[in-house]
Design a protein around this ligand. Sequence first.
Ligand code: DX5
Length: 220
Amino acid sequence: LTKPVIVGSVLGADYARLGDEVADLTDAGVGRIQWDVMDRRFVPNMTFGPDVVAACRDYSSLPFEAHLMVQDPDPVISEFVAAGCETVIVHAETCAHLHRTLSTIRDLDAKAGVAVNPSTPLDFVRHVLDRIDQIVIMTVNPGFGGQKYIAAMEDKVAEMRALVDSSGSPVKIEVDGGISTTTARNAWYAGAELLVAGSAVLSHPHGKRTAVAELHAAMT
Ligand code: DX5
């Protein structure tokens, strides 16, 4: 089994020092930075727009991925690509024309991701596997960091693993929500290749580097 990539979420970082927090996450050894974009419509929280992402672009050489937890992602996709996001993730639940939205992301030379909430079946992505580079299986109900990992989603991860392997498509499976040293291994064993970690890294008492090292060490 290839070791999973730890994706550092900045949700819950010290927003008064956001650039430095992005640099610290980079130095701590995460493989990507994830921007949890929230509009207080699709989810009950509001975070940052493309200008904030752009302001932090030069604080890290890592790929940025925008996780658009927004009611209407189409109009803002190009802005997050322009801000420096290599990957744009939309929620299946917010796209009436998901096939077209994913094509729009790819036409902008960005990688396309689809996220599915805990209650959303994988049938929503079955017919667009050729349009996506990544699927994000939410293991919490989106909106906030620090929530409890929903272990029942491991069946969905395993189902997606089987779907990807049988289709021969290069789709990467990401798990997002409640990742810690105790849950990371189970998500990895279920088939996840990318693990998003927010609070487990940002709130670790011994700092980000120790937190990331502990997550990597848990992958045995
Ligand atoms: C929820 C967010 C969080 C974030 C990670 O909407 O998507 O899952 O990325 O936060 P933690 O790791 O604290 O659950």
